[in-house]
Design a protein around this ligand. Structure first.
Ligand SMILES: Cc1cc2nc3c(=O)[nH]c(=O)nc-3n(C[C@H](O)[C@H](O)[C@H](O)COP(=O)(O)OP(=O)(O)OC[C@H]3O[C@@H](n4cnc5c(N)ncnc54)[C@H](O)[C@@H]3O)c2cc1C
Length: 508
C-alpha cells in the first residue's frame, strides 16, 4: 500500500505516524511546503479528554510533548475592572512548533520520508503520484487541492465578519485569560494563554466597525503590534507582543460536503474548520486523523473507497458537533456588545456557556463557587428590582418567577414560535397543534409563543399556516388555550401576523 500525504500539519503528520506504526511495511510519505522548523502562529490548546485520546493512541508522542505542556484549570474573565475566575477546566497549551517537531520526530523514528520545502500543485498529483493507492489532502485551511476539485468536494466557505490576528507575548500566565477591553471604537477581546514557559498566545478579535475605526487597515504587522501594545498595556504588564505572520484575517468557516474524490481524501482544516475561540482546530484535525487511520487500516488494502466511507461514517457527526459549538461560540464573539450591559458574574457565566456545550449544571461540577457567586449577584439584582428576596430559597435563576406588568410566568423557560405547517386548508388548528402546544406546556414551559398565526387568508405564507380570522379558528384555539390553562402553569402568547404587522395577544 502506498500513501502520499500533502501537508505536514498536525492532521497529516498524526495520520502518517499512526498508520505507519500499525503497518510498518506500507510506504507512507509526506510533502510539506514549509521547512521543518517554519511555523506560523504560537500556541495550541488541548483539553484533558483530547490528551487522554492521544495517550491511548500513541503514548510515545504523548510522552514527548508532556514536558512541554503548560497546564491550567482556571479561566479568568477580565471585564470592566473585574477579574472573575472559573476553575475546573482542565486544559493544556503547547507551542505549535513543539507539537509539529514532536510529530516530525515520531515520523522520523517510524522511518516515514518527509520532504520539506516542496509545494505540491494539484495539477501534478495525477502524474507524479500515479502509483499511490491513496492521497491525503491535509493541506490546511487554504487547501489548493480542495479548491481544484471543488465540484467533487463541494466545500461551503463562509468568511466570518470579525477581524482577528494571532500574536504572542513574553508575559507568563497561570490561567487562560479573556481580556475584554472597551475602546473608543468598540470592544476588543484578547484570548490569551501560556503555551510554554514565559510565552503566551494573544489572539485579538473585534468587529469590522471597530477594526475600521481604529484604522488597523492602514497598519502593517509592526504598526498593529505597537497600537495593540498601547491598548493592552495594563494586561501585558510591560511585556512586548511578538509577531509571526500576525496579519489581520477573517475566519473562513469551511465544511466539505464530500470527503473524497477518486483516491484523494481530505481532512483537518482543509475539510472542516473550527473557530479558534473553542481551541479545537488541531484537535479536530488529529481526531479525524485517528478516524481515517482506523478506516484505512481496516479496509484500505482491499477497497480504498470503503475505507473512505468508513472514515466519513465515523467522523462526520463528531466533526459537525464540534463545528456547531465553534459556530455558536464565534457568533457570540461577533455580538459581544449585546452582553456588555450585564452584571460581571452574569457576563462571565455567558462567556463560559457561549458555545452551549457547557451548561449551568456542568459549571456546578467544574466550579460550584463560581455558580454560587453568579446566583448571589442575580438574587441581589432581583431583590433591588422586585423587592423579593430569593437568597435563602436559592432557586436556579432560570426557574425563578418572572413578572412583566400584569403577566407572571412560573419560570423563565420560553418556547419560541415554531412553524408547524399542519393547519387544514381553511387555516384551522387541529389535534396536531393541541398536542404540540399542550405537551410543551405540560413539560413546564413558563411561556409559549405560538407559531405565526395569520389574521387573514392572504397573510399566510403557506396553506399549512394556522389563522385567526374565522369563528371556527377562534373556537379551536380557545380549546387549546383552555386546556393549557387548566392543566399547566404555562402562559400563552399569540404571534399574530398580517404582512409585517404583529398584533397583541387576543386569547391570553
Ligand atoms: C488564530 C488561531 C488560533 C488557533 N488556536 C488553536 C488552538 O488553540 N487549538 C487548536 O487546536 N487549534 C487552533 N487553531 C487551529 C489550528 O491551527 C488548525 O486547526 C490546525 O493546524 C489544522 O491542522 P491541519 O493539519 O489540518 O492543517 P495545518 O496545520 O494548516 O497544516 C497544513 C499544512 O499543509 C501545508 N501545505 C499547504 N499546501 C501545501 C502544498 N500545496 N504542498 C505542500 N504542503 C502544503 C502547509 O504549509 C501546512 O503546514 C488556531 C487557528 C488560528 C487561525
Amino acid at each position: 500500500m502506498k500513501i502520499t500525504i500533502i501537508g505536514g500539519g498536525p492532521g497529516g503528520l498524526y495520520f502518517a505516524l499512526l498508520t505507519k506504526k500499525a503497518r510498518p511495511n506500507w510506504q507512507i510519505e509526506v510533502f510539506e511546503q514549509n521547512q521543518a522548523d517554519d511555523t506560523f502562529g504560537f500556541g495550541v490548546v488541548f483539553s484533558d479528554d483530547t490528551l487522554d485520546e492521544f495517550l491511548s493512541r500513541d503514548p510515545e508522542t504523548y510522552e514527548l510533548i508532556r514536558d512541554k505542556f503548560a497546564y491550567w484549570q482556571d479561566i479568568a474573565i477580565h471585564f470592566k475592572g473585574n477579574e472573575i475566575r472559573c476553575g475546573g477546566n482542565g486544559f493544556c497549551g503547547t507551542s505549535r512548533r513543539s507539537l509539529l517537531n514532536v510529530l516530525q520526530q515520531r515520523c522520523v523514528e517510524l522511518e516515514i520520508p518527509m520532504t520539506f520545502g516542496m509545494q505540491i500543485s494539484p495539477d501534478e498529483i495525477p502524474v507524479r503520484f500515479a502509483d499511490s493507492d491513496m492521497i491525503l489532502a491535509a493541506d490546511g485551511i487554504g487547501s489548493q487541492i480542495r479548491d481544484a476539485r471543488k465540484d467533487d468536494f463541494k466545500p461551503s466557505v463562509t468568511l466570518k465578519s470579525n477581524r482577528f490576528c494571532w500574536m504572542g507575548s513574553t508575559r507568563p500566565m497561570d490561567e487562560f485569560n479573556y481580556f475584554f477591553k472597551q475602546t473608543q471604537h468598540g470592544i476588543i477581546i484578547a484570548h490569551t494563554y501560556q503555551y510554554e514557559q514565559g510565552k503566551s498566545t494573544w489572539i485579538f478579535e473585534m468587529d469590522e466597525a471597530c477594526w475600521q475605526d481604529h484604522e488597523f487597515e492602514e497598519f502593517d504587522e509592526e504598526g498593529s503590534k505597537i497600537k495593540l501594545q498601547k491598548i493592552f498595556a495594563e494586561e501585558l504588564q510591560g511585556h512586548p507582543l511578538l509577531l509571526n505572520r500576525s496579519n489581520w484575517r477573517r475566519f473562513p468557516r469551511i465544511f466539505c460536503e464530500n470527503w473524497w474524490s477518486d483516491n484523494i481524501v481530505i481532512l483537518g482544516d482543509a475539510n472542516a474548520s473550527a473557530h479558534f475561540s473553542i481551541g479545537s482546530g488541531s484537535k479536530l484535525a488529529m481526531e479525524c486523523a485517528i478516524g481515517l487511520s482506523d478506516a484505512v487500516l481496516a479496509h484500505g488494502e482491499k477497497d480504498i473507497i470503503k475505507a473512505f466511507q468508513a472514515y466519513d461514517d465515523a467522523r462526520r457527526t463528531p466533526c459537525q458537533i464540534i463545528q456547531h459549538n465553534a459556530d455558536v461560540s464565534l457568533s457570540w464573539f461577533e455580538h459581544m456588545d449585546r452582553s456588555w450591559d450585564m452584571d460581571p458574574m452574569q457576563f462571565a457565566m455567558v462567556v463560559m456557556c457561549r458555545a452551549k456545550s457547557i451548561t449551568y449544571d456542568n459549571l456546578i461540577l467544574r466550579d460550584a463557587g463560581f455558580v454560587q457567586k453568579t446566583d448571589d449577584e442575580w438574587y441581589g439584582r432581583h431583590k433591588r428590582d422586585t423587592g423579593e428576596d430569593l437568597s435563602q430559597t436559592r432557586p436556579t435563576p432560570m426557574f425563578a418567577k418572572f413578572r412583566l406588568r400584569d403577566m407572571e410566568l412560573s419560570n423563565r423557560v420560553v418556547m419560541s414560535p415554531m412553524a408547524q405547517y399542519k393547519a387544514d386548508e381553511n387555516g384551522n388548528p387541529n389535534d396536531w397543534h393541541k398536542i404540540h402546544y399542550s405537551s410543551h406546556a405540560l413539560g413546564g414551559m413558563g411561556l409559549i409563543f405560538t407559531e405565526m398565526t395569520c389574521t387573514s387568508p392572504d397573510a399566510r405564507i403557506t396553506t399549512g399556516c394556522p389563522g385567526m380570522w374565522s369563528d371556527v379558528q377562534m373556537r379551536k384555539w380557545r380549546e387549546i388555550v383552555d386546556f393549557i390553562h387548566e392543566n399547566s402553569t404555562a402562559s400563552l402568547r399569540f404571534h399574530l401576523q398580517a404582512g409585517d404587522l404583529v398584533f397583541p395577544n387576543p386569547l391570553g
